[in-house]
Design a protein around this ligand. Structure first.
Ligand SMILES: C[S@@+](CC[C@H](N)C(=O)[O-])C[C@H]1O[C@@H](n2cnc3c(N)ncnc32)[C@H](O)[C@@H]1O
Length: 304
């Protein structure tokens, strides 16, 4: 299986701090992270001129990067109305794009978005698809909600979905399977297999990229591909730090950054009894949000 970190073992200590050190050491990585964030901020009316300074402050203190970023730009942790509005609009647009990408793959029957954070995606899918009567979002954090067809159910264990055996036609995971150790992820995927109907599907929209060289989709993807394999991991991890600790203001959120490339997903999913039906690299897509990360869309089905 391909490693979570291309050069072998994951970096020691906090992977986010390691990624910030990598940014400081690698101008192409630093420039790409900065340009991608700036471009997203510009699109959503956020103060793009501040991005370079925030990243510079973080790179001066990799082990305390989030606090330093908050000191450089206090609105990040105490958002004023304009910042909060721009950020909320960016997130809503991201979920519009996610729903467009995912809806065509949703199977008839109940749908679960695991590690959903909130009901933004599942609500859009409930509106867009006629797939089933139940649309459930789950997460290890969050408030239960029951709003007709759409509900949010707390997941009490990281590796156990609150769903009955063979009950769910579609399980969706967007940007969540790198938020846990490889061991927990394997057990959670085993549990996805338990919950899926025989003709069901797991739809992954994950921060990932092909293992080898690939035809570049655009200039940004070309710059991403030109990075060393370590720096590619650094790009995913640095944008993960930015999106979760800085933009979402979750300074203590664990970021194990256990990313896989597409080859790694095939092996990992097969280990859980799931065969990849389609795997598409989407590039460093413009998901309409405040940042972009290289993502792939993988559809996998139960084996046997
Ligand atoms: C980066 S957020 C992604 C949220 C949402 N899916 C999205 O695309 O914006 C990762 C989410 O995974 C959740 N998470 C982490 N470990 C989990 C686990 N073992 N089972 C379910 N959710 C988990 C976190 O609480 C967090 O809400």
């Amino acid at each position: 299986m391909s490693s979570p970190h291309p050069s072998g073992a994951p970096p020691a200590g906090d992977p986010a701090a390691a990624a910030i050190r990598m940014m400081a050491a690698s101008p192409p990585l630093r420039d790409l992270v900065s340009d991608v964030i700036e471009e997203g901020w510009a699109r959503w009316g956020l103060p793009r001129q501040d991005v370079t300074g925030i990243l510079a402050a973080a790179m001066d203190t990799p082990d305390d990067a989030t606090r330093t970023a908050f000191t450089a730009a206090p609105y990040l942790c105490r958002p004023d109305l304009a910042f909060a509005d721009g950020y909320a609009a960016a997130r809503a647009a991201k979920f519009d794009v996610f729903a467009d990408l995912i809806a065509p793959h949703v199977r008839p029957g109940p749908v679960c978005d695991m590690g959903a954070g909130d009901v933004q995606l599942i609500s859009r899918l409930a509106q867009r698809t006629k797939s089933g009567s139940r649309f459930v979002a789950t997460d290890v954090f969050g408030e239960p909600l029951d709003d007709g067809d759409v509900s949010f159910v707390l997941q009490e264990q990281p590796d156990r979905l609150p769903l009955a055996d063979s009950s769910t036609a579609t399980v969706i995971a967007t940007g969540m399977l790198h938020h846990m150790s490889a061991e927990v992820r394997s057990r959670l995927l085993d549990d996805v297999r338990r919950c899926l109907t025989p003709d069901g599907a797991l739809i992954l929209l994950e921060d990932t990229y092909p293992a080898m060289d690939w035809p570049s989709r655009d200039d940004v993807d070309e710059r991403f591909q030109a990075l060393s394999s370590d720096d590619r991991w650094g790009f995913l991890a640095a944008t993960d730090w930015w999106g979760n600790r800085v933009m979402k203001n979750l300074p203590d959120v664990p970021l194990p950054c256990t990313f896989l490339d597409l080859a790694g997903w095939r092996v990992t999913l097969a280990g859980a009894g799931l065969a990849v039906r389609s795997a598409d690299y989407l590039g460093v897509v413009d998901c309409g949000g405040h940042m972009a990360t290289p993502r792939s869309l993988v559809v996998a089905e139960p084996i046997g």
